[in-house]
Design a protein around this ligand. Structure first.
Ligand SMILES: Nc1ncnc2c1ncn2[C@@H]1O[C@H](COP(=O)(O)OP(=O)(O)O)[C@@H](O)[C@H]1O
Ligand SMILES: Cc1cn([C@H]2C[C@H](O)[C@@H](COP(=O)(O)OP(=O)(O)O)O2)c(=O)[nH]c1=O
Length: 213
């Protein structure tokens, strides 16, 4: 029997360190002979990338911002995520709906009820199988951001925005413990990599065992 595809999302406030580990996890899964599709949000499709450009660079009403995130997500689900999972491929996404809860919900205070409505509308039947939440104190994230790159609209936000976004991430991790894995991203990169190696290898073994039952 063909094993079922796993949907893995990477989450965290900007500068937490999630991009540092994505390529490693993709390679690790590929080494086991599994097809992996990687995507990102907002983005992942040609239209989604155009929506990303708007969402990350233009000032707009909070609800417009939330709707653009979910519009890009709808496209990414239809064109990339759902077809890949149906083929039995694994999908790795750099951010997904937990980002909307953290940033538009926590950071900007959009009601969780509205976000729940959008989530139920756009992906009633799809949830990540595993969400890796890279968690660091705000000061650490800020230091890492300042040291590295030109900052977009979100990355220029103030400390209380990121404090609220981080709190919402942790609230969701507590609400959905079956899929969230919180990673202390202040630990050295090789240590986190080793932890990811164990976690993903275990997941591959388990999905293969289920497929062979
Ligand atoms: N565990 C870590 N310890 C020290 N520096 C880190 C760690 N993880 C990431 N970094 C550094 O922090 C910066 C931001 O990391 P990045 O992965 O781009 O963050 P994100 O994708 O979460 O915004 C990069 O320069 C990266 O090398
Ligand atoms: C998916 C998503 C992202 N975002 C924000 C979080 C990030 O600041 C930004 C893009 O994320 P990201 O790809 O992590 O940025 P970078 O390429 O600079 O590492 O979009 C939301 O506000 N809501 C969402 O639903």
């Amino acid at each position: 029997m063909k094993q079922s595809g796993q949907f893995i999302t990477f989450e965290g406030i900007d500068g937490a360190g999630k991009s540092t580990h994505i390529a490693y996890v993709i390679e690790l899964i590929k080494q086991h002979g599994i097809e992996v599709v990687s995507t990102r949000e907002p983005g992942g499709t040609p239209l989604g990338e155009r929506l990303r450009d708007l969402a990350l660079n233009e000032k707009m009403h909070l609800e417009t911002e939330a709707l653009l995130m979910f519009a890009a997500r709808r496209e990414n689900l239809a064109q990339v995520i759902e077809p890949a999972l149906q083929r039995g491929d694994w999908v790795i996404s750099d951010r997904f709906t937990d980002s909307s809860f953290a940033y538009q919900g926590g950071g900007r205070n959009l009601s969780l009820e509205k976000l729940n409505t959008l989530e139920k509308w756009v992906h009633p039947d799809v949830q990540p199988d595993l969400t890796l939440l890279f968690d660091v104190p705000l000061e650490v994230a800020r230091e890492r951001l300042d040291a590295t790159r030109v900052q977009d609209k979100f990355e220029q936000e103030k400390a209380d925005f990121f404090a609220a976004a981080r709190a919402e991430y942790l609230r969701r991790a507590a609400e959905f413990p079956h899929r969230f894995q919180v990673i202390d991203s202040t630990r050295p990169i090789p240590e986190i990599r080793e932890f990811l190696h164990q976690l993903i290898s275990g997941l591959i073994t388990r999905t293969r065992a289920i497929a062979n039952e």
